[in-house]
Design a binder for this molecule. Structure first.
Ligand SMILES: Nc1ncnc2c1ncn2[C@@H]1O[C@H](COP(=O)(O)OP(=O)(O)O)[C@@H](O)[C@H]1O
Ligand SMILES: [Mg+2]
Length: 449
C-alpha cells in the first residue's frame, strides 16, 4: 500500500531499530557481515556509500527519501537525497541495471534526451546476510513530471495532445540516433514544461538497444508498441475518471503514429529541385531549423537524366534554438523556451540597443530582463516552476496585459501582476498528488512499467 514519507515519522528513525544493522555498526553474533558491496560509476559521489544499501528499498526511512511525484513502475523505485541533489534508485536485476546504465550513458553521449545514469549497486545483502536486489541509480531530472502528475483533477484533451506530440518528437530523436526503445509509453517518459508545450525525456531504457541505424520495420514496430501502450494508459485514466470524457483512448493513441510519421518524413525526405531553384536548399534548411533541428550536411545528386538535383539533408540533432541561446546568453533551457527567449532578445535589441551586436545585446538582455524577472520572484515561490519557464510566462503575461490596456506595461509591474495573479495560485509542482486517494511522493501501485 502507498505510504507518504511524512507518515513514517512514527516509525523507527534508525535502521538498527528496523532490525537491520547499518554496515558500520559491528554486528553481534550471527552471519551479519555484509557481502562485497560494489558500486560501479563513472564518477563516484562518496555520499552514495552512506545510503542504506543493506536495507530493502521499500524499507528506506523518510530521512533518506525525497517525496517527489513518481510514475507507474514495475520495480520498486524511490527518490533519495544525496547531499543537495536528489537521485532515483530502482531495484532490479544486476543484468538489467548494468544494461540500462550503459544504454543511458550512450544515449547521453549522443545528446538524446534521457535521465542521467549515476551508478549500479550490486552485492547488496541485509544485516542477516540475505541478498538484496541490485540497484540502478540515476539523477532525478529536475522539474520533470510523470504524465499522471500533469493534471490536478482531470487530464485535458489539449494537454494530452501536447504530451503525445512531445512523445512523438522524443521517439523520432531516439530513432535518429539508432535507439530502439522496445517499451515506448507515457509511463516510461518524463515531461518538462517547455513554453506552451512539453519536452519529453526517456526514463526507462531497460528494454532498449542501440544499432548503427534502425530499419523501417524496427521503427514501425517501436511505434506500434507506443501506440498500444498509450491506448492502455489512456483506458486506465478513463476507467479512473481522470480524463475528459470526450477523449477516445484508441483514436487518441493513433495521434502518436501521425505525429511521428509526419515529423520523420519532414526530417528525412528528399526533394527534387530544378537547377534554377537553389533557393529551395536554403528554404529546406530553415524549415528544419524551425522544427528545432540542425543540419550537418546536405547532399545534392543529379538525377540520372541530369535535369534535376536530389536534395537530401542529414539532420543531426534537435536543439537548434537551445544551442543558439546557450552560445549567446549562457542559458541552458528547453527548445521552445529558447525560441521564445531568442525572439525577446531580438525585440529587446531593436528597441533598446539597435547599435549593439547580437552577443552584447544578449548579455544586456540577460541582466535587464532575465535576471530582473527571476530575482523579482519571491523566494518562497521560486520552486514552483523552472526559472526559464517563469520568464517565458512573464513575457506572455506582459503581452496579454499590455494588449488589454492598449499600452506597454513596464516589466516591474508585469512581474508583480504575474506573481500575485498567476504564480501564487499555481500548484507546487514538486508536491503533486498522483493518486487522489494517496498523498504525494510514494504512491504507485505496481503496474505496467
Ligand atoms: N531519474 C529520474 N528522474 C525522475 N523520475 C524518475 C527517474 N527515474 C525514475 N523515475 C520515476 O520512476 C518511475 C519508474 O521508473 P522506471 O525506470 O520506468 O521503472 P520500471 O523499470 O520499474 O518501469 C518513472 O516513471 C519516473 O516517474
Ligand atoms: Mg518503466
Amino acid at each position: 500500500m502507498a505510504r507518504h514519507d511524512a507518515f513514517w515519522l512514527d516509525e523507527p528513525t534508525d535502521y538498527a531499530q528496523h532490525g537491520k544493522l547499518p554496515r558500520h555498526i559491528p554486528a553481534g553474533p550471527g552471519p551479519a557481515v555484509p557481502g562485497p558491496l560494489s558500486i560501479t560509476a563513472a564518477t563516484l559521489d562518496p555520499g552514495l556509500l552512506d545510503l542504506p544499501w543493506h536495507v530493502a528499498l521499500e524499507d528506506w526511512l523518510a530521512r533518506n527519501l525525497a517525496a517527489l511525484p513518481r510514475g507507474l513502475s514495475r520495480h520498486t523505485v524511490r527518490f533519495a537525497r544525496l547531499g543537495s541533489a536528489v537521485i532515483a534508485v530502482k531495484e532490479t536485476t544486476g543484468h538489467a541495471a548494468r544494461h540500462e546504465y550503459h544504454m543511458l550513458r550512450k544515449l547521453r553521449r549522443l545528446d538524446a534526451p534521457c535521465v542521467e545514469p549515476l551508478a549500479v549497486v550490486t552485492g547488496r545483502t541485509d544485516a542477516g546476510g540475505s541478498p538484496l536486489a541490485p540497484a540502478l541509480v540515476t539523477r532525478h531530472l529536475k522539474y520533470s513530471l510523470p504524465y499522471r502528475a500533469l493534471f490536478s483533477q482531470k487530464l485535458r484533451r489539449d494537454t494530452l495532445t501536447r504530451l503525445i506530440d512531445a512523445q512523438a518528437l522524443l521517439l523520432v530523436r531516439l530513432h535518429l540516433v539508432g535507439f530502439y526503445w522496445g517499451d515506448v509509453s507515457l509511463s516510461n517518459t518524463l515531461f518538462r514544461r517547455d513554453a506552451e508545450a512539453f519536452a519529453a525525456y526517456l526514463v526507462d531504457a531497460e528494454t532498449g538497444e542501440l544499432y548503427p541505424e534502425l530499419s523501417t520495420g524496427q521503427r514501425e514496430y517501436d511505434l506500434e508498441i507506443g501506440r498500444v501502450n498509450i491506448a492502455g494508459e489512456l483506458m486506465d485514466l478513463v476507467e479512473a475518471g481522470l480524463i475528459e470524457d470526450t477523449v477516445d483512448p484508441v483514436a487518441t493513441s493513433e495521434q502518436i503514429v501521425d505525429a511521428y510519421r509526419g515529423l520523420w518524413a519532414e526530417l528525412t525526405r528528399t526533394d527534387k529541385l530544378d537547377a534554377g531553384e537553389r533557393w529551395r536548399i536554403d528554404e529546406r534548411i530553415r524549415r528544419l531549423n524551425g522544427l528545432g533541428f540542425d543540419v550537418e550536411e546536405i547532399s545534392l545528386l543529379a538525377t540520372p537524366d541530369g535535369t534535376q538535383l536530389v536534395l537530401q539533408p542529414k539532420v543531426v540533432d534537435a536543439g537548434h534554438h537551445q544551442r543558439r541561446l546557450l552560445r549567446l546568453a549562457g542559458l541552458d533551457v528547453e527548445e521552445r523556451q529558447a525560441r521564445r527567449l531568442l525572439n525577446d532578445i531580438d525585440a529587446f535589441r531593436a528597441r533598446r540597443y539597435p547599435e549593439a551586436d547580437e552577443d552584447l545585446a544578449a548579455a544586456l538582455w540577460v541582466e535587464e530582463t532575465f535576471r530582473r524577472i527571476t530575482q523579482a520572484i519571491p523566494q518562497e515561490l521560486r520552486g514552483k516552476l523552472e526559472p526559464a519557464q517563469i520568464v517565458h510566462e512573464v513575457l506572455e503575461h506582459r503581452w496579454y496585459i499590455s494588449e488589454r490596456r492598449g499600452a506597454n506595461v513596464p516589466l516591474a509591474e508585469t512581474v508583480e501582476s504575474y506573481v500575485e495573479g498567476v504564480l501564487r495560485h499555481r500548484r507546487d509542482e514538486a508536491a503533486i498528488v498522483l493518486d487522489p486517494a494517496a498523498p504525494a511522493g510514494v504512491t504507485d501501485p505496481p503496474d505496467r512499467g
